[in-house]
Design a protein around this ligand. Structure first.
Ligand code: NAP
Length: 290
C-alpha cells in the first residue's frame, strides 16, 4: 500500500493562488509542493528569505510552476500587510491562505519566562490572526471569495502539559476557525482546520523530541495504526480542503493522526497490553459462572 500517492486529479487547483505561511520548510513545503503539482500558483512566506528562495527554486524546478518567496514575520502586522500587498501585486489575487507557521518547544511550564510563553502565543495565535485579518479584510473589500485552512494540533482540544503556550494558542486558532466559518460565510469565505498527529519534520522533531528523546518516546508507538504520517497524506487532505471539491465543508477540523489522540483518551484503551491467553482465561472463568 502506498501512502505517498497524490489523490486529486491533475489540474485540480489550476487558476488558484495559494499563500502558505511557514512554506519554506517541513509540512508547509510538502503541502505547497503538492498544490503546485495540481496547477496552483504559490506564495511561500516566513522569516528566512534565503531558505524560502532555495525552496522556491527547488519547487519550480520540480513542477514547472510559479512560486513567489516573501520574507515576513507573522507577528508584525506591518510586515504581514506588506507581504499581502506584494503577493497581490505579483499574482493579481490570492485565493487561499494556509496558516501553517508556528513555533513550539517542550518545557515544564513553570520554567518558562513570560517572554518565552508570549513568543509562542505571538507566532501561533497573533501571527494567524494578523494574516487572517489582513487577508479577510482584503477579500471582503474586493468581494473576492476566499478559503482559510489553519493547521492546529489535536491538543488544541485536549490540552497538553509541557507545550502549554502552543496548546493555548492552537485552541485560540481553532476557535477563530469555527467563529469565522460562520461570520464570514456571507462573504464567500470558508474556514477549516487540520489537526495533524506526528509527521516527521526537522523542525518539529528537533524542538519536540530533541536528542535521544525520539528513541525513548518513539511517536509511532502512540499511534494505533502503528506508524507516523507521510507528508503526502497530509498534502492530499490539505489539497482537498482548499479545492472547490470541499465547497460545502466549512468550520470543520479534520484530524489526521492514525487514531493517536483517541488512543490516549479512551479509558480502557491500555487493555491492549493484556495478552490473548489472559483473555482466554477470563472468558473461560466467565463461562463457568454462567
Ligand atoms: P517547521 O518546519 O519548523 O515549520 C514551521 C514554519 O513556521 C517554518 O517554516 C518557520 O520558518 C515558520 N515560522 C516560525 N516562526 C515564524 C514567524 N514568526 N513568522 C513567519 N513564519 C514563522 O515545522 P512543521 O512540523 O512543518 O510544522 C508546520 C505546522 O504543522 C505547524 O503549525 C505545527 O504546529 C503543525 N504540526 C506539526 C506536526 C508534526 O508532527 N510535524 C504535528 C501537529 C501540528 P522561519 O523560521 O523561516 O520563520
Amino acid at each position: 500500500m502506498s501512502y505517498t500517492k497524490g489523490m486529486l486529479k491533475e489540474g485540480a487547483l489550476r487558476g488558484k493562488t495559494i499563500l502558505v505561511t511557514g512554506g519554506g520548510t517541513g509540512l508547509g513545503k510538502s503541502m505547497g509542493l503538492y498544490f503546485l503539482k495540481l496547477g496552483a500558483d504559490l506564495v511561500i512566506t516566513s522569516r528566512k528569505l534565503d531558505i524560502l528562495q532555495e525552496t522556491a527554486k527547488e519547487m519550480e524546478k520540480a513542477t514547472g510552476g510559479k512560486v513567489l518567496a516573501l520574507a515576513c514575520d507573522v507577528r508584525e502586522i506591518e510586515q504581514v500587510e506588506k507581504m499581502w500587498a506584494d503577493a497581490i501585486s505579483h499574482f493579481g489575487k490570492v485565493d487561499v491562505v494556509l496558516n501553517n507557521a508556528a513555533g513550539n518547544f517542550i518545557s515544564p511550564t513553570e520554567r518558562l519566562s513570560t517572554n518565552a510563553f508570549n513568543t509562542v502565543l505571538d507566532i501561533v495565535l497573533k501571527g494567524t490572526s494578523n494574516v487572517t485579518l489582513t487577508a479577510g479584510k482584503s477579500w471582503i473589500k474586493s468581494k473576492h471569495p476566499g478559503v482559510f485552512l489553519n493547521i492546529v494540533t489535536t491538543y488544541a482540544w485536549t490540552g497538553s502539559g509541557y507545550v502549554v503556550p502552543s496548546a493555548a494558542a492552537k485552541a485560540g486558532v481553532l476557535a477563530m476557525t469555527r467563529s469565522l466559518a460562520v461570520e464570514w460565510a456571507k462573504y464567500k469565505i470558508r474556514s477549516n482546520a487540520i489537526a495533524p498527529g506526528p509527521f516527521p519534520t526537522e523542525g518539529a522533531w528537533s524542538r519536540l523530541l530533541p536528542g535521544d528523546l525520539v528513541k525513548k518516546f518513539d511517536p509511532a508507538k502512540k499511534v494505533p495504526v502503528g506508524r507516523v504520517g507521510e507528508h503526502q497524506e497530509l498534502a492530499n487532505l490539505a489539497a482537498y480542503l482548499v479545492s472547490d471539491f470541499s465547497a460545502y465543508v466549512n468550520g470543520e477540523v479534520i484530524t489526521i493522526d492514525g487514531g493517536e489522540w483517541l488512543m490516549g483518551a479512551g479509558e480502557f484503551n491500555n487493555l491492549d497490553m493484556i495478552p490473548q491467553e489472559m483473555w482466554d482465561m477470563m472468558e473461560a472463568s466467565r463461562g463457568k459462572k454462567q
